[in-house]
Each structure stands twice: as structure tokens, then as C-alpha cells.
Design a binder for this molecule. Structure first.
Ligand code: PMP
Ligand code: GLN
Length: 478
């Protein structure tokens, strides 16, 4: 008995000192052997064991949320996904389609689960990305930006685009560094920069011509942007097409941003998850393709947006080997490898898409054609209601100015600091339509710029968009 205790105690000692005390190793069992007590465990071990009798307030005090996460307790997605679950409204909040993705990609995933399929498709794959997928991504983007991309050193597959943002920011930004963020911005950019120890510097896009209904009129003031660059600037995060605004940055704007980056030796983290969703004559420009920009650009994409399957949570980044090496190191020290079956299916689907790129059979072409109709339907509904849409040039969100219907809303019951939060909550509770308050996409000092808006997602079934139309009519006539 004593022998067995010694053996298991010795085996468990590192974890015991690491404070994980298994049920089987109770203190009464340990004390049954003086040898075990005296020789195997130093007195510090006993103080660890005694810890198990700490009061729950001791535990809570010692294990309060670590400082680096203080202030990040509230999150717009957590809050509004929760509200959706509670109220069951028509959900035009979080961005995802409410219908099946393309049959072809779903069938590719089903193939990986065929009992005759390669059994290794159910095991770990290469950490920086499954070979079939990274080759397809290197091939696709190599064609699009007209350069050879090394699939092994210049591509990384991550848990969603979030994973690439995490790796890009964590591995390139540290204490003392500044990162320029253009508002409105996908909300996680700011906390990621702060978690990395960096300081975000914000600049807001502002509507230049209030009578212009398009997201194109939201401009970046280049003089103001220049004033944010300095020796501490490490990176600028650009999101085109932009979430939530739908702005598609022009080639000129991206060239101007790139020129500042070259002048101040700064990298670009280019979030292009909506790269295929660009309407009318707008063109998606990949900043990595601009003169001299490859060497200083990390470009981020998402399978969720590329093939309308946000639940797959696969993303990627590509860029020059000297920058991607940093991301690889961040990734190998957290997630390490992403799910193999999903990567295999995505790789197979991309191989097909590469062959039909720029033809009417391309999934990307069909998706954007289809989405433009949905966008136009929503523009009509919003205008009919009396609210003012900012017609997006890209993406699948629309910023809507709700101020014209202010007198229909009783926000007195809502307690949030920002009026857009109050309006969105009131609207969801009273009229059963949920959007997202866009001040979540602004830094504290600039939240007021978004208070008159709500963000609606229009990547929904026609039936859902028709229900939204009815709700908006009802609001107008209320
Ligand atoms: N960037 C932007 C601009 C987004 O809108 C999103 C949300 N999909 C992401 C990154 C994260 O994408 P993923 O779901 O692939 O992690
Ligand atoms: N990118 C999506 C949106 O903006 C989803 C974000 C999320 O789920 N965190 O709605």
C-alpha cells in the first residue's frame, strides 16, 4: 500500500506542485507514510495541499481575471447573441447567412467522412496549414496578386480570420509600439493590440458629403493619417471591404496608405475577409499587390466569408516569409493545427474555384450577384421606412441612420451609455428585429460618431428580408 502510494505520489508530484491535486491523492492517504511525507515532499508541498481548504473568497481573489483582460469583460457579440437567444427576434445582427452553403463545398466535407476515405484526414495535419489547402491558397493568391507565393513559408491557416489577426498582432506588436486603427473597425483589433502591449491610435472615416448615400463618401483624411505616423508606429490595420460600413478602399487610398508605411517603415495588416463581396464597378484592391507593398503586408482571409460557412471557423493569412515566420511562431505556440477534414474540404473546393475564376460559373461571382439583390432589397425597405441607409459598396452589412424615426422610439427604459445600444435593444424588444450597435466598432472617445446608426446584416433568405421589410413598415406606421 505504502509502496503504491509512493509510486503514484512520485508520478504525480509535478502536477501536485502545479496545484492539480487528483481525488485519489488525498491528504489522509499521503500522511499514511512518514517516508512519503518527509522525503518526497518538501514543506512547500504541504502549503499547497493546505490551499485546498482555502475559502472560496481566497480563491476568487487570487484568481480574479488577470489584469491584461480587465476592461474586456463586455463584448458586443456575447451581449447581442445572448439577447437574440432570449428574445428570438428576426436576427439581422451577427453576420452569417441563414441558408445552406453551396452544395459542392458541403459535399467535399462529406467526402472526408466517407468510411473509405484516407483515415489520416481525421488526424492532426501540418501545423501551419494542411498541405492541400496551403497549396491551393498560394496558387489562388499568387494568381490574384501576380507573384509566386511559397505555400510552406508564406501562408498560415488559422482558427478563423480571428486566429490570423491574433497571430499577426501578437507576433509583431509589443510594448512601446503603436498601431493605427481606422474607425469603424472590427471590434477585436483594439483589444488585441492592447493585449500585445501596444497602443492603438485611432482615425475615423467620416462622411464627406452627407447627401451621398454611398459608403464611398466616408473618407480618410490623409493629413490626419500622416499625423499619426511616427517612429513608434509598427503597423496599420486596414479592413477593406469594411465591416460595418461596407466601404471599399480605392486603389488611390491604399496607395497613399502604403506610401506612408514605406516612409515610416510600417507594416500593413490587411483584413480582406470580404474580398469577394464587392458590388457594381467597385474593385477590391489587394494592398499586397501594390508597388513595394508585398514585403510589408500581411493579408488575412476567411473561409466563413469566402464560402458562406462561418461555422467552419477557418481563416488564413499570407505574406512574405520574413513576416509570416512571426505568425507561424505565434500559431505554433497556441492552437498549433486547425481541423484536418475542414482544411481538406476547403482545399478541394478552392482547387475547383481556381479553375473557374472570373467565369460566370465561379462561386464568388454567383455569391456577389445574389448578394447585390439582397442588398438592394434591404436598401428599398430601409428607405421606405424613412430611415437612411449608407449603401455599402461591399460586404454584407448596412449602416442605417435611425434618427428620422427617433420620435417612434421610447428609449427611456434602456440604460446603455450609447444611444445606438439603446435603440437596438428597444427595437429588438418592441419590434422583434435585431441589429448591432455600431458604436462597438469605435474607440471610447469616438463612439458618439456612430450613435445615430444601427448595423443590419442582409445576407439572409429573401423570406427573412421580407419579414424585415414588414417590421420596418410597422415601425414607420407606429
Ligand atoms: N475580420 C472581419 C472584418 C470580420 O467581419 C470578421 C467576422 N467574420 C472576422 C475578421 C473574423 O472572421 P472569422 O469568423 O473567420 O474568424
Ligand atoms: N464578423 C461577424 C460580424 O461582424 C461575426 C463576429 C463574431 O461573431 N464575433 O457580425
Amino acid at each position: 500500500m505504502a509502496c503504491q502510494t509512493i509510486r503514484s505520489a512520485a508520478r504525480l508530484r509535478p502536477s501536485v506542485l502545479g496545484k492539480i491535486i487528483p481525488d485519489s491523492l488525498t491528504s489522509s492517504r499521503i500522511s499514511s507514510s512518514r517516508f512519503v511525507r518527509k522525503e518526497l515532499f518538501p514543506s512547500s508541498f504541504y502549503s499547497q495541499v493546505r490551499m485546498t481548504s482555502s475559502s472560496s473568497s481566497d480563491i476568487q481573489n487570487k484568481f480574479a481575471l488577470d489584469n491584461k483582460y480587465q476592461g474586456l469583460e463586455n463584448n458586443v457579440w456575447v451581449e447581442f447573441i445572448d439577447l437574440n437567444a432570449k428574445l428570438q427576434p428576426l436576427n439581422l445582427g451577427q453576420g452569417f447567412p441563414d441558408f445552406m452553403p453551396a452544395e459542392s463545398v458541403v459535399r467535399e466535407l462529406a467526402k472526408t467522412c466517407d468510411i473509405e476515405a484516407n483515415p489520416l484526414l481525421h488526424q492532426y495535419t501540418r501545423g501551419y496549414g494542411h498541405p492541400r489547402l496551403v497549396k491551393a491558397l498560394a496558387n489562388l493568391y499568387g494568381n490574384l496578386i501576380n507573384r509566386g507565393i511559397n505555400p510552406m513559408t508564406e501562408v498560415l491557416v488559422t482558427g478563423g480570420a480571428y486566429g490570423s489577426l491574433f497571430c499577426a498582432i501578437m507576433s509583431n506588436v509589443g510594448p512601446g509600439d503603436e498601431v493605427i486603427i481606422i474607425e469603424p473597425y472590427f471590434d477585436c483589433y483594439e483589444p488585441l493590440v492592447r493585449l500585445a502591449g501596444g497602443t492603438p491610435r485611432f482615425i475615423s472615416l467620416k462622411p464627406e458629403n452627407p447627401t451621398d448615400a454611398s459608403s464611398a463618401s466616408w473618407a480618410l483624411n490623409m493629413e490626419e493619417l500622416r499625423s499619426l505616423f511616427n517612429v513608434k508606429t509598427k503597423a496599420i490595420i486596414v479592413n477593406t471591404p469594411n465591416n460595418p460600413l461596407g466601404k471599399v478602399f480605392t486603389r488611390q487610398e491604399l496607395t497613399d496608405i502604403g506610401d506612408l508605411c514605406k516612409e515610416f517603415n510600417v507594416i500593413v495588416i490587411s483584413d480582406e475577409v470580404y474580398e469577394w463581396l464587392v458590388y457594381e464597378d467597385n474593385v477590391h484592391t489587394r494592398i499586397a499587390s501594390l508597388d513595394g507593398m508585398w514585403d510589408r503586408t500581411i493579408t488575412i482571409g476567411s473561409a466563413g466569408k469566402t464560402f458562406s460557412l462561418t461555422g467552419w471557423k477557418l481563416g488564413w493569412s499570407y505574406g512574405p516569409a520574413h513576416l509570416m515566420r512571426n505568425l507561424h511562431i505565434a500559431h505554433q505556440n497556441c492552437v498549433y493545427a486547425c481541423p484536418t477534414p475542414l482544411q481538406e474540404a476547403l482545399g478541394a473546393q478552392l482547387e475547383k474555384e481556381i479553375k473557374r475564376l472570373n467565369t460566370p460559373d465561379s462561386f464568388f461571382y454567383k455569391m456577389v450577384t445574389d448578394l447585390k439583390e439582397r442588398r438592394d432589397l434591404m436598401v428599398r425597405s430601409v428607405r421606405d421606412s424613412g430611415m437612411i441607409p449608407v449603401v455599402p459598396e461591399g460586404g454584407y452589412f448596412m449602416m442605417v441612420n435611425w434618427k428620422p424615426l427617433e420620435n417612434k422610439a421610447d428609449l427611456s427604459e434602456e440604460t446603455d451609455a450609447q444611444a445606438d445600444y439603446r435603440f437596438v435593444k428597444w427595437f429588438a424588444k418592441t419590434h422583434k428585429l435585431l441589429g448591432i450597435p455600431p458604436s462597438a466598432f469605435y474607440s471610447n472617445d469616438h463612439k458618439h460618431l456612430a450613435e445615430d446608426y444601427l448595423r443590419l446584416c442582409f445576407y439572409k433568405k429573401t423570406e427573412t428580408l421580407q419579414k424585415a421589410d414588414e417590421i420596418l413598415k410597422h415601425l414607420k406606421n407606429s
